[in-house]
Design a protein around this ligand. Sequence first.
Ligand SMILES: Cc1ncc(COP(=O)(O)O)c(C=O)c1O
Length: 404
Amino acid sequence: MSAPPLNPALFHLDREHLWVMHCSEGPVPRATLRVVRAFMHKELRPWEVRWQEDFQGIPAAVRAEAAALLGGRPEDISLSPSTSTGLVTVAQGFPWLPGDEVLAPLGEFPSNAWPWLALKARGVAFREVPLWEGHQSGADAWSSRPPRADADPEARLIAALGPRTRILALSWVRFQDGLKLDLQRLGNACRERGVHLVVDGIQAAGTVPVDLAGLSAFASGGHKGLLAPQGMGFLWTDEGFRQALAPSGTWLSVEQATDFSRPSTDFARAWLPDGRALEPGGPNLLQASALLESLRLINGAGVPAIAAHVATLQARLLEALKPSAWAGECDRLQGLLEAGRLGSFLALHHEGGGAGRLEAVLKAGFRQGIFASVREGYLRVAFHGFHTEADVARIADWLGGAAG
Ligand SMILES: Cc1ncc(COP(=O)(O)O)c(C=O)c1O
């Protein structure tokens, strides 16, 4: 197997910490620490913070790198502190009419439910669609059957689009079961019906190549697969869709906002046509410089190379676990992997063993210095571009010996 696309030495990872949980929180590359430190040194001496190079240059560079990651245009990117704020910006800015509806898959991460549920007072309904037979969520999440390769979740979503559906809002890769949805198929179906596809992309950004065709919006925080600290991400919006959204209304969302030769109190200005109109105000330069460094690293390695590497590691782990108590789950996940249905993490279902089973397995991992995570009935093992075959062997030993 060739070298990992991201050199593990770029991260502060050691033998005691095999980190397979960037689906919760990604490790930040060492270079990001250097960049943030350097920026804080400038903040100590504010006369060193440059207007064009820093105040305008850092956000512009992040927009450009985010656009490169998505295969889009920098002018369609808005810096946004998190996935949630990106989705809230869309939810609050959309021109709703009473009786409109937002459709979503059953069991979305709350970031993609509360922004829509908050619209109830404006007469907007939020409707969830089960994605496969036996799919459950909420209080019954642990009783859900897991998804299999023969499920057709897109068909269920498309069939559920109704005359009042204005937005289909979904996670590209789901946070608990790890299922990846087919955005192009959904995007085409939405466009044909005049519905907007709004994507929570955080569980895929940085590890799955993006195709924006057919999408109206794509939001991601930077702290998972994008390997940046919490607190900075971005929102991409299709130009036409953005024109329909209310601007955020900050002092920086208008033309000539920073041209101080014109009085700032002259409010006879147009809103900016680009993504800056949706940004939350003065940029968080510290966070932006951190995200910039991480994005440069990921774009340098190339998301397709990272995705291919992750898929190879996933296949190796499933192969190695076949003779173990996880055989049934290996078959199911192999089917999903071969069908192109997985993002960067393998979600092993508890198979009736309940929280106790997964907790015991997780703790056995912690004792061996392996850090995975559990969500709603699934043990999540997440690979990225810096993991190695030796990591896979350690995980196979752990899981093979710990059926729970
Ligand atoms: C699918 C999904 N969306 C959103 C989030 C949270 O995103 P943020 O904190 O950037 O709002 C998570 C975090 O676990 C997630 O898994």
